[in-house]
Design a protein around this ligand. Sequence first.
Ligand code: DQA
Length: 138
Amino acid sequence: MKKLIIINGPNLNLLGKREPNIYGSLSFTEFLDEVKEKYPEVHLEYFQSNIEGELIDKLHDVGFSYDGVILNAAAYTHTSVGIGDAIKGIETPVVEVHISNTFAREEFRHQSFISPNAKGVILGFGLQSYELAIQSFL
Ligand code: DQA
């Protein structure tokens, strides 16, 4: 059984309530329940934190034993050398995801410290971006 984890960064705990015109009105737990039902062959874990160091600690925890990480580092995508370095330092491949098309938004969202270290990048498909990332590991 493939062991995957979705790691979500800051403010993504507010999904469903936060700027629904951009991020949709489904909460992440509702979405996760649907996905878990759809992919019973996958061991799928979920972790969310608003704290940069906790995201780095989680990458270290899973990064030598899991088959894949699906990472939406949210705002830290555009600022965090530390998360970029953590991905370089682990063995588990990381797929970067974003709900919105960050390239169609403000200029500061075009920069990513994750992308150069990621196996691939999926963005702009709403919550389906996460599902496409799961499929990429299967
Ligand atoms: C996001 C895009 C980021 O620019 C933003 O800071 C987020 C969410 C997305 O999934 O579209 O919080 O990562």
